[in-house]
Design a protein around this ligand. Structure first.
Ligand SMILES: Cc1cc2nc3c(=O)[nH]c(=O)nc-3n(C[C@H](O)[C@H](O)[C@H](O)COP(=O)(O)OP(=O)(O)OC[C@H]3O[C@@H](n4cnc5c(N)ncnc54)[C@H](O)[C@@H]3O)c2cc1C
Length: 309
């Protein structure tokens, strides 16, 4: 892992920086590149605009590691409101939740009961996605996911290609016919749990992706989605589905709002499934700094905003 990435990931956990960052206009201007606004209505307006380009939206309310059951219940109620807002418009928009926002640190039972309320309110034809957080949460997150998908078959889980364990996790989930969003992984992890070298993460991603697409074709998986902006990897996945005679819409690429916009539109126009994760809310600091860590060149973008007045 590069020094800059490592420093930025450490900074993403720093409370002192988090409390100060929002005061600076140039930081807020930089954040605006990755989120349309802090309010749910900003996110919904962005999702509506994307639907016009055949790109579906996935909304996520920023926040993690809430402090008590009351806060978890507020987040749950917030998502229930979001689902009520989405439904009448007939939008394709789905939601993606972090289990630590729904009470996972407090108790798995509390978390499951909050998640269940969201699943009960979601349209049965849609997926509620569960984000994957740091590696210490993987067991607990998968345990909640297994319970959820048994009752709500369209529930989706995020898996991270940088973890050595992910191949075994994926294989063990096939019995449940899961929906999986594969990502590389955004947290600071030790070399005994995650591949330290980017080229190994990329190879792991492709190999897991290959397995997911074949499982989807063979009916062992409900939905295979790929959360990545890596155009070279996307091309390899496109070649794979062409070689193995799968339909273009078997490949779903999900990206983050504001990143690789041209590629998002190109994929949609060519008949692949294209989705964009739209984050909103005022707890954006750790999320934003993880975006900087993914591409330290984004720091220059922030510096330019510093001098933009
Ligand atoms: C829809 C979605 C959901 C996600 N959910 C999770 C999750 O639940 N848990 C988790 O750990 N991680 C999640 N992530 C983050 C993910 O793990 C990676 O950190 C992130 O996607 C960067 O990796 P990459 O696959 O784009 O490849 P990289 O190799 O990092 O990037 C490939 C290229 O994409 C572009 N790019 C990538 N990131 C940025 C950026 N921030 N700014 C500008 N350009 C960029 C650059 O051109 C870069 O060269 C999610 C990502 C997406 C897209």
């Amino acid at each position: 892992m590069s020094m800059t990435r490592s420093l930025l990931l450490a900074a993403s956990q720093n409370v002192w920086l988090r409390e100060r960052a929002a005061r600076y206009k140039f930081v807020r201007r930089s954040v605006a590149r990755f989120m349309p606004g802090e309010e749910i209505d900003d996110a919904l307006a962005a999702a509506k605009a994307l639907e016009g380009k055949k790109i579906s939206g996935v909304l996520t309310h920023l926040g993690e590691n809430i402090r008590d059951a009351r806060e978890a219940s507020e987040v749950t109620n917030h998502y229930l409101d979001v689902l009520r807002k989405i439904r009448p418009g007939g939008m394709q928009t789905e939601v993606s939740v972090k289990l630590t926002q729904l009470g996972l640190d407090q108790s798995a039972e509390l978390c499951f009961s909050n998640l269940k309320q969201i699943l009960e309110h979601e349209d049965a034809a849609k997926t509620v996605w569960i984000d994957m957080e740091a590696s210490s949460y993987v067991d607990a997150t998968l345990a909640v996911y297994r319970r959820a998908v048994e009752r709500f078959p369209r529930t989706g889980i995020c898996l991270q290609a940088y973890l050595y364990r992910t191949k075994d996790d994926l294989d063990s989930l096939f019995a449940l016919k899961p929906s999986v969003r594969l990502v590389k992984g955004a947290y600071k992890e030790a070399a005994d749990v995650a591949y330290p070298a980017k080229k190994d993460v990329d190879e792991s991603y492709f190999s897991l992706g290959q397995e997911m697409l074949r499982a989807q074709r063979d009916g062992r998986m409900l939905r295979a989605a790929f959360g990545t902006h890596d155009v070279a990897l996307i091309r390899r996945l496109q070649d794979l589905i062409a070689e193995e005679d799968m339909a273009k819409n078997a490949l779903e690429i999900q990206m983050l709002y504001g990143i690789q916009r041209v590629e998002q539109e190109r994929l949609a126009a060519e008949g692949y499934r294209s989705a964009v994760l739209i984050a909103y809310g005022n707890y954006w600091y750790p999320w934003f700094v993880r975006r900087l860590a993914e591409r330290p060149a984004n720091l220059w973008f922030m510096v330019r905003n510093l001098f933009a007045g």
